[in-house]
Unconditional design. Sequence first.
Length: 216
Amino acid sequence: MRDASEPFQFVAASYLIRICHERAHNLGEMARYLRTVSDASIFYHTFQSLESHHYATFSSDFAQWIMAACNEAALAERLAVVDLREFVSLQDMRQVLASRVEEHIRQDSQAAGRPAFEPFHFCEALEVTVPLETRAYKLAELAEGIRRLSLQTLHHHFINSRLRLRLRTNDFSNWIQRSLDLPELAAKLNRIDFYTNTLEGVREEVVKTLEPWIGQ
């Protein structure tokens, strides 16, 4: 296998969590705050929350709260089916989430002010990344690096990267297509479903997908 035109740079990623002042005590307040909270908060409760429960039935924090604290199963399911893989813009995601909550309230006006069992606390995450000494010039080196990654760093490269790149892809696929000119492998890697797997399962699937191509 030829060397890449430029190396893949692994980073160490960690997150500092900040609790915001916004609190939603009912669906009406949730709908309003979905329009006004920071992009960082929308990101934290959708993309970032996948790190902790991305393989649960309700993968976003919003859907989890609407089900558990508001007992609104139908709305929770409508938010749960929002596929984060389809978004490269937080504004687009915000629009979809807010619109679905607002539509539910229009259909059931009493739902807006019905008190939740507990408030929703909006948070933000500040991502801190540090380049590692580890670089990959070949697929074998990429696979070995992925085996050693922390789960937060794997999340950074495979899930969070979709918004950072503003593409419907991940760092690994982007590098494989751009630097190794292997679009078929890049597409296979990008089809790995991070919704129905743990992050360890995602790691295993990524390495398993790479292995047949190593040495070709």
